[in-house]
Design a protein around this ligand. Structure first.
Ligand code: KG4
Ligand code: ZN
Length: 339
């Protein structure tokens, strides 16, 4: 098959992004325009503002994506776009723009699942990685332990019953005064803290050992802060951050090792914004090495939202003949494995 260049667009949350990806594995350009500075003022993503900013920026971001790849629209083989899950108004900006481009250029259009994109970020710069393999997806909206059976085929082993891992990071960060976005801040502040200072719970879900629950952990942190305040005990932000993070890392790694043991696989991957957490990466690097498991993780820039991962996922859809038409719409609660 001849080389396939896909122009990919991502606008599901607060990053407006465009990328060109060659054969699903090689990134020719990766442009990300983050809105974090604006949403920080409000302590979280404001959907209306996100949509407006995407609208303002998408044209320039996509042009820049082509420019940095040294290509014109007529040089690409297909146009891919995230159509769910995510914020409906934000998704619609990318979907409408991609439809317009596809219509005007006559190029095929491919709608991509955002979480599938996160998983496929592992293919970037890892030519040897192929399904099947188990993957832990940990983002702001999702915590899924899946088995990637084939390209585009997933078996969900477990997922969160309440908060996503990234959501827990964001909520705890707010409670200890770190602000938005919480994950990267806790990651950094915890360097100065003691992960064993406070014993926070490591939740298990009784009827499915692969399911997660983080709301109890979040409540435990809030209770700790309230009790300390009432008793006049000084709270160490770094100790709370490090102890909370240690609990999340323990839960995520234990679930993953249980699945690996049952499945007997010797490879494992992580994906999503929380996968950029240095402590989680280190825990998996050490734990997988001890167990003789080859551990894959995308570069941090491909863990948080980006369009290169959408271009990687779209390549396999393209090869399988999957095409979207002009009826493609934003699906805010699209499930993994659905089309
Ligand atoms: O994948 P992502 O960029 O967007 C979603 O699809 O949700 O993930 C964003 C989430 C946020 O909750 C953010 O706090 C978290 O990922 N995150 C981190 C780190 N960087 C981003 N969590 C822990 N440590 C980090 N270094
Ligand atoms: Zn994401």
């Amino acid at each position: 098959m001849k080389d396939v260049k896909i122009l990919a667009i991502e606008s599901s949350c607060d990053e407006t992004a465009a990328a060109v990806v060659l054969n699903g594995r090689e990134v020719l350009s990766n442009v990300i325009s983050s809105q974090i500075d604006i949403h920080t003022l409000y302590g979280g993503v404001v959907p209306e503002i996100a949509s407006r900013k995407h609208t303002e920026r998408i044209n320039r971001v996509v042009s820049e994506g082509l420019l940095q790849a040294g290509l014109k629209l007529s040089d690409v083989d297909a146009i891919a776009v995230t159509y769910g899950p995510g914020l409906v108004g934000a998704l619609l900006v990318g979907v409408s723009f991609a439809k317009g481009l596809a219509f005007a250029s006559g190029k095929p259009l491919i709608g991509v699942h955002h979480i599938e994109g996160h998983i496929c970020a592992n293919f970037i710069d890892h030519p040897e990685l192929e399904p099947p393999f188990p993957c832990l997806v940990v983002s702001g909206g999702h915590t899924h332990l899946v088995r990637v059976m084939d390209y585009g085929k997933y078996e969900i082993l477990g997922k969160t019953r309440d908060d996503a891992a990234g959501e827990a990071f964001d909520k705890v960060a707010r409670a200890i005064g770190l602000g938005y976005p919480g994950g990267p801040k806790i990651d950094k502040v915890s360097d100065a803290g003691d992960p064993a200072a406070i014993e926070f719970p490591r939740a298990k879900v009784a009827d499915n050992i692969y399911d997660f629950s983080f709301s109890g952990l979040k409540s435990a942190v809030l209770n700790y802060l309230n009790s300390a305040r009432m008793e006049g005990i000084e709270v160490s932000q770094a100790d709370v951050a490090a102890s909370f993070q240690a609990s999340v890392v323990d839960v995520l790694t234990e679930h993953a090792y249980a699945a690996l043991e049952e499945g007997g696989e010797k490879i494992f991957a992580i994906a999503g914004g929380v996968a950029s957490n240095r402590h989680l990466r280190k825990a998996f690097e050490e734990g997988c090495e001890k167990r003789g498991i080859k551990f894959y993780r995308p570069e941090p820039i491909y863990c948080t939202d980006n369009a290169a991962m959408i271009g990687a996922a779209a390549y396999y859809e393209f090869k399988n003949g999957v095409r979207s038409d002009m009826s493609l719409n934003a699906v805010p609660n699209l499930k993994l494995g659905e089309r």
